[in-house]
Design a protein around this ligand. Sequence first.
Ligand SMILES: NC(=O)c1ccc[n+]([C@@H]2O[C@H](COP(=O)([O-])OP(=O)(O)OC[C@H]3O[C@@H](n4cnc5c(N)ncnc54)[C@H](OP(=O)(O)O)[C@@H]3O)[C@@H](O)[C@H]2O)c1
Length: 282
Amino acid sequence: MRVLLLGGSGQLGSEIRARWSGDEIVAPPHAAFDLFEPERFADAIAAASPELVVNCAAFHNVDECEHAPERALAANAIAVDALGAICAQRDIALLTISTDYVFDGDANRPYREDDCARPISAYGVSKLAGELLALRRGGNAYVVRTCGVYGLHASRSKGTFVDRVIAQARAGEPIRVVNDVVASPTYAGHLALALRALVETRAYGLYHAANVGPVSWYDFAAKALELAGIAHPIEPISASAWKAAARRPAYSALANAKLERLGIRLPRWDEGVAAYIQDKGL
Ligand SMILES: NC(=O)c1ccc[n+]([C@@H]2O[C@H](COP(=O)([O-])OP(=O)(O)OC[C@H]3O[C@@H](n4cnc5c(N)ncnc54)[C@H](OP(=O)(O)O)[C@@H]3O)[C@@H](O)[C@H]2O)c1
């Protein structure tokens, strides 16, 4: 399959480039295909002539989005709508990535695709708008929500949450992690493989795709240290002790209900972190 991949240098995009080995992937850099320049999309898509556009690019700094909601909407919604329009016009399939942050966090079991989305941040609003705009034409579009992505190619210089926890423990530094925020942290390598299986089905629509099982960030950090063979205490703290511009859902684990009905299964969250530690040689 010939694929135009946006955000190909990021955590998920890098794993797609590495793991979709049978496909011909064109991955323009950020500067050559900027979400803030939708007027340039048509020419760039025509030049790549893809069968599938995969959008892993986003403005996803949650606190910055809170201060610049118009930029969040431009990158995460208006740009996705522009991609959707061009893809529909040219009969190209579109896969765009969304987020657990479309939910408010009031649940006590993993969110399914048919649960009501009620975002509590500008980022969440912008991603939900992008979902609706991508799906509004009813064409060949997949929207895939995922959660707590970590991968070998973290875009920020400080690395992933797992990298930081392991580095702090090895340095003998105190580690404090929230124990009242529950999610489904997802290894980008596992997600990339599930997305490839999904596009094989041509069963378009909205999906959840995350490593399986709810886990608090505290328990996730403890498992990462255990798997890395490090004995080091972690102090549990409450999210209320952590001040940030944007509100975040306290519970945002995802259930992959629709993917599983297609026979596509992601590994459990602890298998995700084990694979990451092994692949990264931590
Ligand atoms: N990370 C998470 O915890 C998480 C959780 C749920 C959902 N998601 C969603 O998953 C998707 C992939 O996330 P990720 O973790 O792989 O992100 P990432 O590692 O930060 O990568 C983002 C990619 O998008 C590119 N990009 C950023 N701004 C752009 C712009 N204005 N125009 C074009 N390209 C731009 C980046 O390029 P440069 O680095 O060159 O700027 C990079 O290649 C996103 O849709 C995100 O919203 C992420």
